[in-house]
Design a protein around this ligand. Structure first.
Ligand code: PLP
Length: 367
C-alpha cells in the first residue's frame, strides 16, 4: 500500500498538482469564504461567551447522535429561529454543508428515481446522487434548454439540483426559471445556498428569500462556515421532509451532534448579522468598486480571473502573494482545462486600498 500511495502522490507532483497544507500567512485576505468578516469578529466571540456564561456550563461535546443523547435544548431554540429566518415550516441542523447535501440527496432519492444536477454542482451534491442509487445525470451549467430536455425524459420521482451562487465562478442560477421548469415537470427542486447564506437576503436569509422564491423549493441547504463565519449547516423544508430526514438520513442519524458551543455560535452569529445589516451593503460596495477596476462577469463575492494554463495561474498567484495579497489559483482538473483561474473572494472588511492594489496588480499581470 505504501508503494501505491507514493506512486499516486508522485504522479500528482510531476503534474504540478500536489496539494499541501500551508500554514496561514499574514497577508491581505482575498481567499477565505469569510465574506462578512464574522469569523474574525470579536463581538460575536464575546456574545457567544457571555451567553455560555449566562446559561451556565453547557457541556463540551455532543455526547452522541441527536437520536441518542445529543439533542440538547440549544438545538430546538436554534432550529426554531432558523425556521423563522428562512421562512420554512421546519429546519434541521447538520454538522457541515458537505454532510447536509450528501445526506439530503442520498436520502430523498432512490432506485427508479432521476436526479438532474448542474454540472458545476459541489461534489457533495454529486456524491449524494451517486449514493442514492437513483439514475443521475448532469445538465449543462445554468442551461435551461438542456435541463428541460433531460427533465422531459426523466423517470420516477425527479430531483433537480442547483446552487444559488456557484463556488468557482460566483455566478447565480436562474432560480425563477428553474422553478417554472420544475413545476411544469413536477420535479422536486433542491437549492444549495452555501455561498449566499449571510451575504444575500434580510439578516442573511439567502438569495431565495431575497427573491421571495423560497416557498417553491422542495429543500434548501444553508451553510454556516462561509458567510456566517462559524460552522455547520441546516436544511429548510416542510415538517414532513425534516421528519423524513430524522428517520432516513443516514448522515444525520449516525453521527455525533455538534458541541453545544457550536450550536450557540450559529445563533449568535445570525443575531449579530441581523443587528449589522450594513455589512452586506459594505460587501456590495467593495464588489462594485472591484468591478469598476477589473473586468469581471460576476456580481458576487466570488470573482474568477481567468488565466489559462496551470503553471501560468500558479505563477500569477505566487507573484500576488509575494506582494502581500493572498489569492487562490484553481487549476485543472478541479476546473476544465483552459478555464484555470484565480478564485478571488472579496470581503466586507477589505479596504479600498487593498482592493485597489489587487486591481492594479491584476491589470498589470494581464498586460
Ligand atoms: C456549494 C457548496 N456546498 C457545500 C459546501 C460544503 O459546506 P461545508 O464547508 O459547510 O461543509 C461547499 C464548501 O465548499 C460549497 O462550496
Amino acid at each position: 500500500m505504501e508503494g501505491f500511495l507514493k506512486e499516486k502522490l508522485q504522479e500528482r507532483k510531476e503534474k504540478g498538482l500536489l496539494r499541501v497544507l500551508r500554514d496561514q500567512e499574514d497577508l491581505v485576505d482575498f481567499l477565505s469564504n469569510d465574506y462578512l468578516g464574522l469569523a474574525r469578529n470579536e463581538e460575536i466571540f464575546d456574545r457567544i461567551n457571555s451567553r455560555v456564561r449566562r446559561e451556565g456550563f453547557v457541556g463540551n461535546g455532543g455526547t452522541g447522535s441527536r437520536l441518542l443523547s445529543g439533542n440538547y435544548a440549544a438545538y430546538r431554540k436554534l432550529e426554531d429561529s432558523l425556521a423563522k429566518l428562512f421562512r420554512s415550516e421546519s429546519t434541521l441542523v447538520f454538522n457541515s454543508g458537505y454532510v447536509a447535501n450528501q445526506g439530503l440527496v442520498s436520502a430523498v432519492a432512490g432506485r427508479g428515481d432521476t436526479i438532474l444536477y448542474d454540472e458545476l454542482s459541489h461534489v457533495c451534491l454529486k456524491e449524494g446522487a451517486w449514493l442514492s442509487k437513483a439514475e443521475s445525470f448532469s445538465f449543462k451549467h445554468n442551461n435551461l434548454q438542456d435541463l428541460e430536455v433531460k427533465t422531459s425524459r426523466a423517470t420516477g420521482r425527479i430531483f433537480v439540483i442547483t446552487q444559488s451562487v456557484y463556488s468557482m465562478d460566483g455566478d447565480k442560477a436562474p432560480l425563477a426559471e428553474i422553478i417554472r421548469l420544475c413545476k411544469k415537470y413536477e420535479a422536486n427542486l433542491i437549492v444549495d445556498e452555501a455561498h449566499s447564506t449571510g451575504t444575500f437576503g434580510e439578516a442573511g436569509s439567502g438569495l431565495l428569500c431575497e427573491k421571495g422564491l423560497e416557498q417553491d423549493v422542495f429543500a434548501r441547504v444553508y451553510t454556516f462556515g462561509k458567510g456566517m463565519g462559524v460552522h455547520g449547516a441546516c436544511i429548510a423544508g416542510s415538517k414532513s421532509l425534516i421528519s423524513y430526514l430524522v428517520n432516513f438520513g443516514r448522515a444525520f442519524i449516525y453521527s455525533t451532534s455538534l458541541p453545544p458551543y457550536s450550536v450557540i455560535s450559529i445563533e449568535e452569529s445570525f443575531g449579530y448579522l441581523a443587528d449589522h445589516v450594513e455589512l452586506q451593503a459594505q460587501l456590495k460596495s467593495n464588489i462594485d468598486y472591484f468591478k469598476s477596476r477589473v473586468d469581471s462577469p460576476s456580481s458576487t463575492s466570488i470573482q474568477p480571473i481567468f488565466i489559462s494554463g496551470n503553471p501560468e495561474v500558479i505563477k500569477v498567484a505566487d507573484d500576488l502573494r509575494k506582494k502581500g495579497l493572498n489569492v487562490l489559483p484553481i487549476v485543472a482538473p478541479t476546473v476544465k482545462e483552459g478555464t484555470e483561474r484565480l478564485r478571488l473572494c472579496l470581503h466586507s472588511f477589505n479596504t479600498e486600498d487593498e482592493i485597489s492594489s489587487l486591481a492594479t496588480n491584476l491589470n498589470h499581470e494581464n498586460n
